[in-house]
Design a protein around this ligand. Structure first.
Ligand code: B16
Ligand code: MG
Length: 218
């Protein structure tokens, strides 16, 4: 019985949330309102389009046309890409390469399951792309987390049954998506926030290879 391991990107492999925050804050400030780090928490795991919806309608309460909306989507992404351009392996979250290498040594198929449309270039920048057998991201799915589409497609592309998949997630919506897909959900971050996950860890330094072996074998 083969197991498949699926990793979310932002908040699990790298902390790109800080760059999303700076790019959204710049746009908000240009439009004349503030955007706080607390508000940025609401954007984790959420698609770019939905984030802009929340920014304009719920936070800034800015009247706008569809054309302006489309322009601001592009502006935000261009600013975000300037930060991504400077990323390197120093931005990988602790012990992520250790877990990826251990899975590879054990011939376990590995997928990325992210809402981001910039997932592939980010993995390239930080030098982790070669670990992934498949990448499912915002370019491949129509329904955002908590819909399980992203993880179900990842399982399909790995050729693994969904209930034989393990998902690492830092967002509530992502844990919900994994649970709906009947996958084993592992919350990375605050266990009080990610209380619906089957297992919780603050980060990968807390995850032993013995635990990974148990997941692979059971
Ligand atoms: P992009 P994940 C998500 O990544 C981020 O957490 C979220 O803040 C962002 O809006 C979304 O990707 C879309 O990103 O603008 O690059 O397409 O956590 O699902 O890996
Ligand atoms: Mg995430």
């Amino acid at each position: 019985m083969t197991k498949g391991f699926i990793f979310d990107l932002d908040g699990v492999i790298v902390d790109t949330a800080k760059y999303h925050y700076l790019a959204w804050k710049k746009l908000a400030n240009e439009l004349g309102f503030e955007f706080t780090k607390e508000q940025n928490e609401l954007f984790k795991g959420v698609s770019r389009k939905r984030c802009l919806d929340i920014l304009l309608n719920d936070i800034g309460k800015i009247e706008h046309t569809q054309k302006q909306f489309d322009t601001w989507m592009i502006t935000k992404n261009e600013d975000y890409l300037e930060y991504i351009e400077k990323m390197d392996e120093s931005e990988i979250l602790p012990d992520v390469p250790k877990v990826l290498a251990f899975l590879k040594e054990n011939d376990v198929p590995i997928a990325l399951g992210s809402a981001s449309k910039n997932a592939q270039p980010i993995l390239e920048k930080v030098g982790l792309l070669h670990y992934f057998d498949t990448i499912v991201d915002g370019n491949n799915v129509t329904k955002a987390k908590p819909d399980p589409e992203v993880f179900l497609l990842a399982a399909k592309q790995l050729g693994v049954k969904s209930n034989d998949c393990v998902v690492f997630e830092d967002a509530v919506a992502g844990v919900e998506a994994a649970n709906t897909a009947q996958m084993i959900s592992i919350g990375i971050g605050d266990e009080n926030v990610l209380s619906e996950a089957k297992y919780n860890f603050t980060d990968f330094t807390q995850i032993s290879t013995d635990f990974i072996t148990t997941l692979i074998e059971n």
